[in-house]
Design a protein around this ligand. Sequence first.
Ligand code: ADP
Ligand code: MG
Length: 225
Amino acid sequence: MTLLEEKSRQLSTITQMAAGVAHEIKNPLTAIKGFLQIGAVNPDLRDSYHDIILDEVNRIESIVQDFMMLSKPKSSVQLEYVNLDAIISYVSRLLDPDTSNKEVMIHYTCDSKLNGFYCEPKRLKQILINLVSNAMDALDEDGEVQIEAVLQNDELIISVIDNGHGLSEQELTKLGEPFYTTKEKGTGLGIMVTKKMIDDLDGRLNYQSSKNEGTCVTVRLPFRT
Ligand code: ADP
Ligand code: MG
């Protein structure tokens, strides 16, 4: 590929992304504007639209946050001495089912050798939050999410396993595509941003899934001591 062809390919990707972002932000903005207009005419209805407006504002906020993470260069990674057990425990508490409507369980096991190594806590937490949230979203009422962290040949392997609705082969090929979502309130940016953060940390991401059986997502990261 010539330099000019490469530049034109880059421009086309940027144009597609920009159009996607504009579209994804315009939808909630149109909804917010509509509800505010109705509220202006019918003050009695204002309260009932409050939650929808807040939901839509939150949606715009998460789209913008995801894009800010995508534009962060790899050089912004700041390695710190981290304790993986503490990070997983924090994420499990943060996403505790008590705060969602489902009766799901999160369990985790973490190799004691992973109590101290160098990684960036901010990206690591966000990776786990994204993967565990997706796992929880895939569950039915009595579902379970299992997080396992082990050390294998100088590599740290974190698996997030769920017994939720799983993915077909065709759905698996779509993962990581910007704006690919099957959720009413999804942004379809989570996996793309997660992959980028894992790349920043010199790691790898892998999905294994069977329709109606569940999904196992594996993150491999270098174990730096
Ligand atoms: P979002 O969560 O906003 O939909 P993601 O990029 O995080 O965006 O995920 C994209 C899609 O991938 C989801 O809408 C869902 O269909 C599918 N997916 C991701 N993780 C899982 C999982 N653990 N089990 C089943 N489907 C999943
Ligand atoms: Mg997601």
